[in-house]
Design a protein around this ligand. Sequence first.
Ligand code: ZN
Ligand code: ZN
Length: 356
Amino acid sequence: MKNRVRKVAGTLADYGADAMLVMQPENRFYLSGFTGSSGALLVTKKKAYLITDFRYLEQAREQSPHLEVIKMTDNLADTLAAMPEKTGIRALAFESGYVNYKLYEELGRKLSGIKLVPLEGVIEKLRQVKDDQELAAIARSMSLLDEGFDYICGWIKPGVTERAVELELEMFLRRKGATAAAFPFIIASGPRSSLPHGTASDRLIGPGDVITLDFGVVLDHYNSDMTRTVALGTPPGTIRKIYDIVLEAQQAGLAAVRAGVKASAVDAAARKVIESHGYGEYFGHGTGHGVGLAVHEGPRLSPRDDTVLQEGMVVTVEPGIYLPGTGGVRIEDSVVVERDGCRVLTKSPKNKLIEL
Ligand code: ZN
Ligand code: ZN
């Protein structure tokens, strides 16, 4: 973590800043290891500080030995204004997508003479490439999902609701060690499966229903994300047909992932397959996203993101086809980008539509 702080300190000059205030929770954790819910990092060219209130002082000293812990007084702006170190700061960078207007206004007022420099995505960019320790944590988080999928496939039966499936799956994953669900699981059955983000409802699952299960957990601070589409008994012919197309698109996307390729090229590889079968207009979202301390982070595997993939990035590949009134299919795996390809972290079966 010391290295991460050093990296940020080393880039300050590029942005015309002498210091940076880091508050966004995942960014703050990434640089500090501090898990408290309140605190700010002040990274200067020479030294870094963790400012937090009385409740977290002991924890902060324990979790962030590489930072000087400063006790927050009334509020952050006053605390910063009272720090003698601030005399060396002429320009202070802040996370423009996170600092709210009230704090911005306070900082401007209390730190008179210091220029505020809005920055966006600097630490997020560093977070995109994971180190070995992070990759190990992510792999553990992902492999829990495989256990969960296997379990829930044996549990789903006619007459259960989507919400019951969600609860059962989450409880299973929590018992297996997950800290939390990464997001409210998407359990969408029958015609509801055409909702790309259809969170679980009270709908009863019955014979012939297709079921989209999109779920993920947090384990050791790292997220996981996987989608499988299954059916209870035999689904309509259209669903079987689009399943095969989505699978072909997903495999084309996976085959396109490797270091040196643009994120948009992976999207194009998957999208081309769906378009060639005439379903282009029914695939309205990007092909994937980065996963790490946040379940959705950069890079975006979308037509608009030309980020060049690098070894150690973790991305999802998740094309889908959604037919309003009929149903939908999505298949999602999370993978580590490698020099010559990718390593798939979610290994649940997908090669043919599972009929429970
Ligand atoms: Zn997902
Ligand atoms: Zn996803």
